[in-house]
Design a binder for this molecule. Sequence first.
Ligand code: C5P
Length: 221
Amino acid sequence: SASKDMAGQRVLITAGGTREAIDPVRYITNRSSGKMGYALAQEALRRGAQVTLVTTPTGLDLPAGVEAVMVESAEEMRQAVLERFERVDVVVKAAAVADYRPLMQQEQKLKKKTDHLLLELVKNPDILAELGQKKNRQVLVGFAAETNDLETYALDKLRRKNLDLMVANDVTQPGAGFGKDTNIVTIFNRQGEKEQLDLMSKAELARRIFDKVIEILSARV
Ligand code: C5P
């Protein structure tokens, strides 16, 4: 649609892979490129929404007109998102949040000494699940990257995290992996309905996702 059908809507999008510090010069991360989140921000802006992008460093250009909040770790992302949650209408969590972080963040650079080094990890908070607990009117959209049993895991996450939409991709399919400009997804809603989409650009997928968000918002009033 060419119209500004999201005018007045406040949208918060997360993007990129979190960085979990080991010491001042090292961190653990994942292969997320941030491209899906940035495409979503671009599309929400195009439709007239007020957009906040909570992002890790990705090297991508920030879409013009976005309010950017730079974060690194899952805990920083959690703080940034929770602080703003009450003031937004839609949250799309495209970020790849690390499931675990190093238990200890060394204040000084680790020195190379022993042949073996054990790194102990602890679970990160699940930001989206926390939003699902807190939400009142907000439309919540999650992403899931799976390698098997896509539908089972996607629906389980949608219910467990109290989401409105779950965008699930099978990362084993060519054209659906990390860092690509395209994606192949199935979108699930709370009614258990699913829409299986063909290979498309992340820009086009962003349009499809916000079409569904608008449907949910307009069905409420
Ligand atoms: O990691 P998982 O497959 O459960 O991720 C599903 C959704 O939950 C994604 O939208 C992701 O951004 C979000 N998530 C989160 N905090 C975590 C883990 C995942 O917000 N610690």
